[in-house]
Write a new protein. Structure first.
Length: 149
């Protein structure tokens, strides 16, 4: 399971001009479910992400987590994180989990974040054509792979 975490001042997800998910100061997370991922992979990310200390404290040091700042999260499904670009110029997405496997894990991950006492966790819509708008704060972007944790 792969996650791209962006520290944001604001993020929103629109589908057909309608905002379906948003967050204020916190994280915008792109989540890719890879073939073979399971609940243990989601658990690893849930145990790490809310506690990442990448918000500045009173001394300007990245020392605070989303929980410390009462931050919010927007989670967007992103199968293209499983792209294999090793051959030719057209990425292959064969490594991405199929929807019947990916959707339950995506939903399990989101529920895990909600259960971790994050102030607000909103989402886009799995498989939809989404337009994402965000203000990356810093910028700060962290990439996590559950296989590395």
């Amino acid at each position: 399971m792969k996650a791209v975490i962006q520290r944001v001042a604001y993020a929103k997800c629109d589908i057909d001009g309608v905002t379906v998910g948003k967050c204020n100061k916190g994280f915008m997370i792109l989540l890719g479910v890879v073939e073979g991922d399971n609940k243990a992979d989601a658990d690893k990310l849930v145990k790490k992400i809310p506690y990442l200390r990448i918000f500045e404290d009173e001394n300007g040091k990245m020392n605070l987590s989303t929980l410390d700042i009462d931050g919010e999260m927007l989670v967007i499904s992103q199968f293209t994180l499983a792209a294999d670009c090793s051959h030719g110029r057209r990425p292959s997405f064969i490594g991405a989990a199929k929807p019947d496997e990916a959707i339950p894990l995506y939903e399990y991950f989101v529920k895990g974040l909600k259960d971790s006492c994050v102030k607000s966790v909103e989402t886009g819509e799995f498989g939809a054509d989404m337009q994402i708008e965000l203000v990356n704060d810093g910028p700060v972007t962290i990439i996590l792979d559950s296989k590395d944790l």
